[in-house]
Ligand binder design. Sequence first.
Ligand code: SF4
Length: 374
Amino acid sequence: MSAAIYIHIPFCIKKCNYCDFSSIPFNEPIKDRYLKALMKEIETTPFAGKVETVYIGGGTPSLLAPSEVEAILNKLEQKFHIVHGAETTLEVNPGTINLHKVRALSNTGINRLSIGIQSMNPMELRFLGRVHDETDSRNALKWISRYFDNFSVDIIYGIPGQDLAGLRDTLTQALGYKPTHISAYELSVEKGTPLSYMLAEGKIMLPGDDDKIAMYELVSDLLAGKGYLHYEISSYSRKGYHCRHNMNYWMRGEYLGFGASAHTLVRETRLRNIQDITGYIRLMEERGRAVVEEIILTELDRVNEEIFLKLRTDRGINADTISTASELLHHLEQEGLILKKNGWIRLTEKGMLLSNRVIVEILDTIEKATVIPV
Ligand code: SF4
């Protein structure tokens, strides 16, 4: 098999106000036990084969020492055939690195960094509850651009109080460091987060739909004007610098996940590791396996995932996969939301903007067409 590998490092300095990812405050003894459990999981995995991409995400993996990152990569090398030139990414929080660490990371085998600056506006960063400020981001970008020629910058739009000028400023400052890739995410409100409570209590208001559309268009137009390709709903890259790891995921390639809450997709079977971090350590120590759910996907699951994931990208989906929705597709094409070309269907720029609606409509239509009448 040929696969992508995801490693989850579930520690952060503190929880951001909008985040519902699996992470806990950094704690040295727990981190040590976690890394031991992680190494054991890699060592004992029943899977083997060729690996094209490795992505170390979190959480805040840049809290690890470079030697710990290197140890993880070495362990993967012992177990798998990591191909020459494999894309090897580490997520970085600007509040957790310095020049020395960036230089050391560049010698570990990591060849791509993904840095979450989110905004260059101090008020927006405080609102998001980030541990870093805009000076940390500038320094981090300066050091990273010195040691890595391939790095991605994450930004967030749709933050309460954010305006177009502020968003433009964040993008312009980030572009000054010549990232090869930008991910621009709309702020989403997840259940149980401080952001959701502030919203429910009427303490804040999110930008309206028109404002969010204007922000999306600003990001997309500004980056297109600078030569970035809009290759996925939230992702923009210089030619040849799309995130190969994420692209594999969106194209439904196989992947192996290691660590708490990590998922694996192999031979149309999805495995999910326990989310709780101490639970993960305990399961690995006591049973040597942290999988708590194993689902064999049905044909309908597979088709739904293909629609949901592949339509996010500029490659799109093979038209045969969704041919039962031909009438709807005709309407969507008339509305300028999808494009049909050489047997493939993909979203237009307008379709990407309205992707939630378009994808849900296609999914519903396919599902209805698949139901067998009783
Ligand atoms: S740094 Fe990232 S993973 Fe950690 S709490 Fe903030 S958003 Fe979540």
